[in-house]
Design a protein around this ligand. Structure first.
Ligand SMILES: Cc1ncc(COP(=O)(O)O)c(C=O)c1O
Length: 327
């Protein structure tokens, strides 16, 4: 795994949620933490539950990832860390986020739950943040059914290995911790799945290519993202195929989701809900703030993508989309 990720060091963990919690507790003492609101609650739950931290949500850009301008505007003298999310496997603007962190002395952590297998020549995804957290959940491109990994410098990873083992190393307790270890059965599944991963990503790329070729021709009512899905530099992992439903479409995103469901197709609202649509966060998201997050949480849908999808499956998805949008 260390080789595959071109990582400095790796710790295997129970899942990405526990990994993020351990990474945050290990590397950030307190203060304001800037996170995108367009993500899964695992990205910020710990910060809300622990009074040492304060969450500051920043908006995303058109690439679904943190907008560096919004991040810069949110930095105060109480900011201690930025948590970026490589949403759908699209990498954050890591050059600008790193520069901001260096300039302001901030910790940079990536929720890379979606980014396993993303290729970035010269600058592996596993080294972009001080710590980088991957999910190996069954829904991910690479999975151990339930699991995850943290990458970073060897000294960080050594400390995280104690933290994931109740704070213990051999018979000495070095710190507080939890039970965040990956078990042997899942590790064995992971070794098996690693063998077929590149072929699975290549098969997913074929599905993505088909969608990108056919959808704009069949309906102009879905926005697709060819430059993110097939970037000029490096390679995407085809974990997700998000599209945005045009405001002029005869059905909105939720109508489209239901129309697909009736044809036996499980597409996904992801991320939904977000803090912009949940009363739980009313003290943290003011009206009119986070406009891009708000829009994306209402108009984005992730189409089915999997290495076992046949040409007929792809045609079925596209046919159903066209019936819902153009009939
Ligand atoms: C962005 C993001 N972060 C974290 C997680 C949590 O991952 P896990 O299920 O491995 O705890 C998810 C789950 O899908 C996610 O989408």
């Amino acid at each position: 795994l260390t080789d595959y990720l071109d990582a400095r060091a790796v710790a295997l963990v129970t899942n990405a949620t526990v990994a993020l919690e351990m990474a945050f507790l290990e590397s950030i003492d307190d203060g304001e933490v800037i996170v995108p609101a367009f993500s899964f609650p695992a990205t910020w739950n710990l910060f809300f539950e622990n009074p040492r931290f304060k969450v500051v949500f920043a908006d995303i850009g058109p690439d679904f990832c943190l907008d560096p301008d919004a991040v810069e505007a949110a930095i105060t003298d109480r900011t201690t860390a930025i948590v970026g999310v490589h949403t759908y496997g699209f990498l954050c603007d890591h050059t600008r986020l790193r520069a901001l962190c260096d300039r302001h002395g901030l910790r940079l952590i990536y929720d890379a739950a979606h980014a396993f297998g993303v290729r970035t020549p010269g600058q592996p995804c596993s080294r972009l943040g001080d710590l980088n957290v991957y999910s190996f959940h069954a829904t991910k491109v690479y999975n151990t059914l339930e699991g995850g990994a943290i990458t970073g410098d060897a000294s960080w990873i050594d400390r995280l290995k104690r933290r994931r083992n109740f704070g213990l190393s051999r018979e000495e307790q070095f710190c507080f911790g939890t039970n965040g270890k990956m078990d042997e059965l899942r590790a064995a599944i992971g070794l098996l799945n690693l063998r077929g991963l590149d072929a699975a990503i290549a098969a997913r790329a074929r599905v993505a290519r088909y969608y990108l070729h056919v959808l704009p021709r069949e309906t102009g009512l879905l926005q697709v993202f060819p430059d993110l899905i097939f970037p000029k530099v490096g390679a995407h992992n085809h974990a997700y195929f998000p599209v945005r439903v045009h405001p002029d479409a005869p059905v909105d995103r939720d109508g489209l989701l239901e129309a697909l469901r009736q044809e036996g197709i499980l597409a996904r609202r992801y991320f939904y809900p977000t803090p912009t649509s949940s009363t739980l966060y009313r003290d943290h998201v003011t009206d009119g703030a986070l406009p891009v997050t708000r829009r994306c949480s209402l108009d984005t849908i992730c189409l089915p993508i999997h290495h076992r999808m046949s040409k007929a499956d792809c045609e079925h998805v596209v046919g159903s989309l066209v019936r819902a949008l153009c009939s």
